[in-house]
Design a protein. Structure first.
Lengths: 85, 639
């Protein structure tokens, strides 16, 4: 839990393509299934203007036990990173 | 192959909807998946098992089937939805394939496939959410564009995360070249699937799912995903695509082989669009890239090739939306319009109207050429000046095509009936394969042409076309585009690889065709085995691909009179050599074409004279039941 207090996720909106791979891999960390709705990170595409909305809730543990956050590791566009709070 | 025990990847249910009786029911996916795995192969199996031969596209019995790939929602790069039905052009196999976020949402809502039969009198839409489905009134949506429909449904359902696949005015007005638009910008466009949807008075599918998908072997899955993602990141082509989109890739190489080989010009008469015009369209400062303000990706896609554009000045100011594609370049070159603004406007308008870009481009280019030749007068065009390069005429003609007004009513008749109505030998200038308009090249790029000509869905380029060995075919095989020799083998391989991609819902741009070429069949085997808990080899996957292809072949045989002669190129490309450019003088030569066809049928084990399937070939594929159907119709070669 020390890690969780010390770090947070940051997204570069210029790089994010809205693919939602982060959601999938987040749910895989938590449950070993694919369930975007159960992910700590949520991404919604607004098709009317192409905006990509995102949020991270308090269930994010920065993938404790996984050798780094999955959302960061598997983001194909390198749009996410974990930074010091 | 032994009986498969599938432990992951699938949502588990097939949704059945009968619009005539207003009923919905479900059944398990497993029994179909054990034999066909998923995606288009299951759609094709449902069609061949459940539709009586010679059913027509507009009969209520014609099912409109949506099928998510078996790996959609799990494996990176898998986002695709296959839409299968009876083609409005051939009354044989109809199929369209679309990306976006709808297929994944469908699986998280609990369904791998949706089978829609019957028709209603009043417009309806289908609301699918977490294992349930409702047929709902859509009178208030009828007449709306695809953009308006999506906005309204999301507002009504109170959830921005709802995914929508819908038709626009073109589908409502039964224009054959109508598509089903997903997320506004992705089109399931071939075979007139939007026209079938319109005929059923089904305006939209709205889908929301909060469920989950199992992964059978989590450790293997992570390993296979690591390998896949590394291959994408190591692919120079993938990097180019996600940094610059497809348009950027073409802009960076205005003299490239793909331009010379596949982007025809002026209704296909010319094979080589002037380099200055290519540069004008895609110039970084004044061309299309000037208006691109972000790039978006389909679900779980590591490439992300779709730009979102906004025109900020000039007569088309205020135009904005997602979408600019290789086929958008063809719209420009076929009508000889190098200015980006009318092309962006027209492309987004087609998305809003639900028009298939290939259909609309080919029919309009036909009208432009007929106008130039004096076969079509200003009185017939409603005063429009259809001179090459007239972007305003293009933009004003599109809504008329979707609503069948004025000249649009003539074009909406399609490539067989419209030239008949106009007469004067104008059929020669209307480019189609088996009745479906086609923008594909047939003269310089031989393997590409063979793939198009033998496509089971009439003249489209996604079923085995190949160009250069560096971006097509097995990775270790290099080949050229403009020679006849050896092309049949590459086309055969590429066609089977595409079948596997459509079983699992993998995008070809991530996979083996034309784009990044990051993932190969060996990666598909690793991902399928990890997600579904199976033990396929590459060879077994190719066999599954062969089965899938043979299902479609058999469907066409049972439902149409299509024969070997229908796999020959359009007459124009056999008679007129390319007038200019690096491949000047090339044409489709009949004897050499016939040799390619012989070799292609041979590889598939089909009879060379008739192109029909054989009992031994189908039995070896474990498809004796399909052979029986063909035998009953007197269309099986008994050997």
């Amino acid at each position: 839990m020390e890690v969780r207090r010390a770090m947070r996720l940051e997204r570069n909106p210029q790089l994010c393509h809205g693919c939602r791979t982060c959601e999938l891999m987040c749910s895989f960390h938590h449950h070993r299934i694919m369930a975007p709705d159960k992910a700590s990170i949520q991404v919604i595409r607004r098709n009317s203007d192409g905006a990509i909305l995102w949020s991270v809730d308090s269930s994010c543990d920065l993938c404790l036990g996984e050798n780094g956050p999955f959302c960061v590791k598997y983001c194909p566009y390198e749009a996410l990173r974990s930074v010091t709070r | 192959m032994t009986e498969l025990n599938i432990e992951g990847g699938l949502a588990g249910q097939i949704l059945r909807v009968d619009l005539s009786s207003g009923t919905v029911s479900t059944e398990e996916t497993t029994s179909y998946a054990r034999r066909w795995i998923g995606g288009r192969a299951i759609n094709s199996a449902l069609l061949i098992d459940e539709v009586k031969p010679r059913t027509r596209w507009s009969d209520p019995e014609n099912p409109l089937i949506f099928g998510a790939g078996a790996l959609v929602g799990t494996a990176i790069g898998a986002s695709r939805l296959s839409v299968d039905t009876i083609s409005v052009y051939t009354n044989g196999k109809g199929s369209a394939n679309v990306g976006g976020h709808l297929a994944a949402e469908l699986k998280f809502a609990g369904f791998d496939h949706v089978v829609i039969t019957g028709k209603t009198e009043n417009p309806v839409y289908l609301w699918i959410c977490d294992g349930r489905a409702e047929i709902r009134d859509a009178a208030h949506l009828w007449g709306m564009t695809t953009y308006e429909t999506e906005d309204r449904l999301k507002a009504e359902l109170g959830d921005e995360a709802v995914k929508v696949g819908c038709i626009g005015p073109a589908g409502e007005n039964l224009v054959p070249g109508s598509c089903i638009m997903v997320d506004r910008a992705k089109a399931a466009a071939g075979s007139g699937v939007g026209c079938v949807m319109g005929d059923k008075k089904l305006k939209a599918l709205a889908v929301r799912g909060h469920g989950s998908l199992n992964v059978a072997r989590p450790k293997d899955f992570l390993k296979a995903t690591d390998v896949a993602l590394k291959k994408v990141k190591d692919s120079p082509a993938a990097k180019k695509m996600w940094q610059n989109t497809l348009a950027g890739v073409y802009a960076a190489d205005p003299c490239g082989a793909t331009w010379d080989f596949i982007i025809l010009a002026k209704n296909g008469r010319e094979e080589c669009w002037e380099v200055e015009k290519r540069k004008r369209l895609l110039d970084p400062r004044n061309g299309f890239p000037k208006y691109q303000n972000k790039v978006l990706a389909c679900f779980n896609c590591p490439i992300g090739c779709m730009p979102f554009s906004e025109i900020t000045e000039g007569p088309f100011k205020g135009t904005s939306g997602e979408g600019f594609w290789v086929n958008t370049l063809m719209l420009a070159s076929w009508l000889d319009i190098p200015e980006p603004e009318p092309i962006i406007k027209a492309w987004l308008l087609m998305n809003q109207l639900g028009l298939d870009g290939d259909f609309a481009t080919a029919m309009m280019a036909w009208a432009f050429e007929c106008f130039g030749r004096g076969l079509l007068t200003k009185a017939q065009t409603g005063g429009l000046d259809l001179t090459w390069g007239n972007g305003e005429a293009l933009v004003s003609l599109l809504p008329k095509l979707a609503t069948r007004e004025g000249l649009g009513a003539l074009l909406a008749l399609g490539p067989i009936e419209a030239p008949k109505r106009l007469g004067q030998g104008s059929d020669y200038f209307c480019m189609h394969m088996k009745g479906q308009p086609t923008l594909e090249p047939f003269r310089a790029a031989k393997g590409w042409a063979l793939g198009v000509a033998t496509s089971p869905v009439a003249g489209r380029h996604l079923r085995g076309t190949v160009l250069l060995g560096s971006r097509f075919g097995p990775k270790d095989v290099n080949f050229e585009a403009h020679v006849y020799e050896g092309q049949a083998r590459h086309v055969y391989w590429q066609g089977l690889a595409k079948e596997i991609e459509d079983l699992i819902g993998m995008c070809v741009y991530v996979g083996t065709w034309s784009g990044a070429y990051a993932l190969e069949v060996s990666d598909y085997a690793a991902l399928i085995n990890a997600v579904m808990g199976l033990d396929f080899t590459e060879d077994e996957l190719m066999l599954l691909g062969k089965r899938s292809r043979n299902l479609e072949k058999a469907f066409n045989t049972l439902h149409t009179d299509l024969a070997r002669a229908d796999d020959m190129p359009p007459r124009r490309y056999m008679e007129e050599p390319i007038p200019s450019g690096p491949y000047k003088g090339e044409r489709a030569e009949e004897d050499k074409w016939n040799q390619m066809l012989d070799e292609f049928y041979d590889l598939h084990g089909w009879d060379k004279d008739t192109s029909l399937q054989t009992r031994s070939g189908l039995t070896a594929l474990g498809m004796a039941d399909v052979a029986e159907k063909l035998a009953a119709a007197g269309k099986l070669i008994e050997r």
